[in-house]
Design a protein around this ligand. Structure first.
Ligand SMILES: [Zn+2]
Length: 597
């Protein structure tokens, strides 16, 4: 591919497409329009009767859509500004105001969803026939019917959440994003952000890896009392609201219903993951042999097996990702390129910037925004492919309404993970240096470990932690349970040292979105089996795959995948994903240890 991407430098993104500045005339205009539209919508309330006409319903839905577009725009702007600089007090103020506004607006239009959920089956079915694009959105809302409280109660919960869970989330982010980590590298002590110190987990020097991990958890452990307390509070809030008030069967069922995945499917998925613990243990033993040690330490899980210290310039990384996407389908590369051309990618590393990476599709017709902390490692290139994969998903589904645009969590990782697979395939295709090739093959299994097994065991831990908090367990008890979880995952193949007991307080997902993590395992196992089908079927596979992405969130995961010939209720389907991992491991076992060093 021609170097037409050379102009893509590593810079801060531009948010001007949302608003040119905070609190300027454009933002005030949007706030005003939001107020007017919401007020107008409120006047429609008397029309909500069981004999409502399909035309009136559609008008109302279009109104809700317009309100959602405006509020997502405002909220997205504040959120993206916060990610760009988590330490700015002005931005923190803006986020707080937008949180407040969002809660107020959803309270004012809440009567619609409450009415819709209370409507009798017959009339709901009658109206859904004409709902078109909005059908699944309406259908899904009714799933929550048995768990919905009165309007007054719902309003109180929304309002109290602003100074409750939302405030706890912001506090957790503010505390943990401020951390600075000290690490001696080449005789010089450096001050590092979390993103920067994490790079050393993949360093070839075993001592440096160990010191990086110890420093990370030293800092988190110092605040373990307060971070553990934040977690206990969030978990209690979750139970008080979801189980005691709403009547969900278990803390995880809440997420499952939100994902529209039956509890039994998630249980099957997690059982299959647990049963495959020996498979990864086998991989870690192989890795120990390659590293020349008797037993792997937890510090070595992501260690490179060779000293292929490859580093990639940002512009080259962009080229490789676009090229990999284009090798599958040209439109995928075009879409990813548009994100960069629109200046929607923040690739810099800056203190105070949010660590990690994400893609945020603010609205269907706006190019998604992507944040990465790019540092040139092969891992960073994969992350770039991952997040741009998300962006492509958002763009392919951009013909949907803002209400049905986003794929449910379990499908939300499809394009991102598939994008990573395409990248690896492309890199393996052109790499002739055996040492780099072996490193990449090992990396590929490392990645499946990080997305499948690690996340599945987080979910198993969360399930246990939610029960423990309810039984009044202390933060230390939870930490011990976490360590036990790790030791059952790694068996005798990996030596897990004590400081890893504090790993869980460093995982934002379990604070922000309980049980989110199993979606990663779901997505990766799904993609492994999809990728196998792609290899087998070639061109014929593409429309089925693009169909899954194009569906966005306009139908349930089971239907979207069912249409592509996949049955997620079967344990065999999930085991099929692990079989692909087993084949990768067998491929590695066939190489004489240390060959190519
Ligand atoms: Zn992702």
């Amino acid at each position: 591919m021609a170097r037409d991407n050379a102009s893509f430098s590593q810079k801060r993104w531009s948010l001007t497409e949302l608003f040119p500045e905070p609190d300027g005339p454009a933002m005030h205009g949007a706030l005003e329009e939001l107020e007017q539209r919401t007020a107008a919508f409120e006047t429609l309330r008397p029309q909500l009767t069981p004999d409502l006409s399909p035309g009136t319903l559609l008008d109302m839905l279009l109104n809700i859509e317009a309100i959602a577009l405006l509020s997502h725009r405002l909220y997205g702007y504040a959120g993206l500004m916060f990610a760009e600089d988590t330490q700015s007090q002005a931005v923190q103020g803006l986020v707080a105001r937008m949180d407040q506004l969002e809660a107020q607006i959803s309270n004012r239009i809440l009567f619609f969803s409450l009415w819709w959920k209370s409507l009798d089956e017959e009339n709901a079915a009658r109206l859904m026939l004409y709902a078109g694009e909005f059908r699944y959105w309406l259908e899904e809302m009714r799933h929550f019917k048995p768990y919905t409280l009165s309007e007054v109660e719902e309003k109180v919960i929304n309002l109290k959440d602003v100074t409750g869970v939302s405030a706890w989330h912001t506090l957790y982010d503010a505390i943990t994003n401020r951390y600075a980590f000290k690490l001696k590298v080449d005789g010089r002590t450096q001050q590092l952000t979390r993103g920067e110190i994490s790079v050393y987990f993949r360093h070839h020097d075993p001592d440096l890896r160990a010191r990086a991990y110890r420093e990370l958890y030293r800092v988190f452990a110092e605040d373990s009392t307060i971070l553990g307390h934040v977690y206990q509070t969030l978990v209690r809030d979750w139970r008080n609201e979801q189980i005691d008030l709403r009547g969900f069967a278990s803390p995880m069922s809440v997420r499952n219903l939100g994902n529209d995945i039956p509890d039994t499917v998630v249980d099957t998925l997690l059982d299959v993951c647990r049963q495959n613990a020996p498979l990864y243990q086998r991989f870690f033993r192989l890795k120990a042999a390659w590293l020349g040690v008797n037993r792997l330490r937890r510090y070595d899980v992501y260690a490179p097996v060779t000293k292929a210290d490859k580093s990639y310039e940002f512009a080259d990384a962009v080229d490789m990702v676009l090229d990999a996407f284009g090798g599958f389908d040209r439109q995928l590369a075009d879409m990813a390129r548009q994100v960069l051309q629109a200046d929607h990618l923040d690739g810099q590393v800056r203190k105070g910037k949010r660590s990690g990476a994400f893609c945020w599709s603010v609205a269907p017709r706006l190019m998604p925004w992507v944040l990465v902390n790019y540092q040139g490692r092969p891992y960073d290139v994969s992350t770039l492919a991952h997040e741009l994969g998300h962006a492509v998903h958002g763009i392919i589904a951009s013909h949907h309404s803002i209400l049905t645009h986003h794929a449910a969590l379990p499908l939300a990782e499809t394009a991102s993970t598939f994008g990573e697979m395409l990248l690896v395939e492309r890199l393996l295709g052109e790499e002739s240096d055996p040492s780099v090739r072996h490193d990449m093959l090992f990396n590929q299994v490392d990645d499946t470990y990080a997305t499948i097994q690690r996340q599945a065991f987080f979910a198993l831990f969360e399930r246990q932690a939610h029960d423990m908090v309810q039984q009044g367990s202390s933060v230390d008890d939870i930490a011990t349970a976490y360590l036990d979880n790790l030791r059952s995952q790694f068996g005798d193949a990996v030596d897990v040292s004590e400081e890893f007991r504090w790993e869980w307080v460093s995982i934002p997902h379990i604070y922000h979105t309980p049980f989110y993590v199993y979606a990663y395992a779901f997505g990766q196992l799904l993609v492994l089996s999809l990728y196998r089908q792609y290899r087998k079927e070639g061109e014929a596979f593409k429309p089925r795959y693009l169909g899954i992405l194009g569906a966005g969130g306009a139908d349930s995961p089971a239907h979207i995948l069912g249409a592509a010939g996949i049955d997620i209720s079967q344990a065999e389907f999930w085991q099929g994903g692990f079989d692909v991992v087993r084949e990768m491991i067998e491929q590695l076992e066939a190489i004489p240890v240390g060959n190519g060093e």
